[in-house]
Design a binder for this molecule. Structure first.
Ligand code: GLP
Length: 253
């Protein structure tokens, strides 16, 4: 894992956007795995800016979102579908047919998961996966557990996640209790992964993710097995000195 401590949210967003941009320039028909939440908002803004300056072309890019709340229609303002169009897809030249987000209002969630997994396999998997991290160490909506699912599946959200994500809803009761998420194997098969963590509330999970220990109770800790992960992290929670002194991760970028 390459660790890049960073001093501002704007620098983190610019660096993540640069990595995505480089990937698209090198491979115009890139398959991107995309995340939602507060963390990647700045990165999407930067990517839109690059597109508007004529530096990026999304016409051949395919995207797969990590997850979606079960029970929310694409028009629901708190759905990840709505978030993605509002913050990104509506502002770039991506083809509608190349956008994939699990259908939160599906009548058959199990079939939807199977279809979603097949679509990802059909394009040969994800080239570059963008990830945020939950306060409990979840990625996508893969929640801490003694068992994790490999493929796209329906998941019961943990109380911690419901509480953390309630900031986007009117109140706690409005937060869906279930979601569809890509599984850990799908995420881990991505050729390259960019993980972003910003804010002091991410200190606990990030220290676990960089600890050298792997536990399904901290799903993001599995990323330590992957050989091409870059963690762009708030300097307040992971100072540069930690990188150079770290025995597990001596590599500085
Ligand atoms: C949600 C998403 C995750 C995201 C996490 C952190 O639970 N399913 O993909 O990484 O929130 O969100 P934030 O960036 O707002 O802290």
């Amino acid at each position: 894992m390459k660790i890049k401590p960073i001093s501002s949210y704007s620098k983190m967003s610019k660096l993540a956007a640069k990595i995505v941009a480089k990937q698209i320039i090198n491979k115009p028909n890139t398959v991107l795995g995309l995340a939602t939440g507060g963390t990647p908002l700045g990165m999407y803004r930067e990517l839109v800016k690059l597109y508007k300056k004529g530096k990026l072309d999304f016409s051949k890019v395919t995207t797969f979102n990590l997850d979606e709340y079960l029970g929310l229609s694409p028009e629901h303002p708190q759905s990840y579908h709505y978030y993605m169009y509002e913050n990104f897809f509506n502002h770039v030249n991506i083809e509608e047919k190349n956008i994939h987000i699990p259908k939160g209002d599906t009548k058959d969630p199990v079939q939807e998961c199977l279809n979603y997994g097949r679509e990802i396999e059909k394009v040969g998997g994800i080239d570059l996966q963008v990830l945020g991290i939950g306060v409990n160490g979840h990625v996508g909506f893969n929640e801490p557990n003694i068992n994790l699912e490999a493929k796209t599946h329906v998941i019961q959200l943990s109380n911690e996640t419901i509480r953390a994500n309630s900031r986007f809803f009117k109140n706690l009761d409005k937060v869906p209790r279930k979601a569809i998420t890509m599984g850990m194997a799908t995420i881990m098969k991505s050729k390259k992964i960019v993980l972003m963590a910003w804010g002091i509330e991410k200190k606990k999970p990030i220290l676990k993710v960089t600890s050298g220990h792997i536990a399904t109770e901290v799903p993001a800790s599995l990323l330590q097995v992957h050989n091409d992960v870059i963690l762009i992290v708030d300097k307040k929670i992971y100072p540069s000195s930690t990188v150079s002194n770290s025995l597990s991760y001596p590599e500085k970028i």
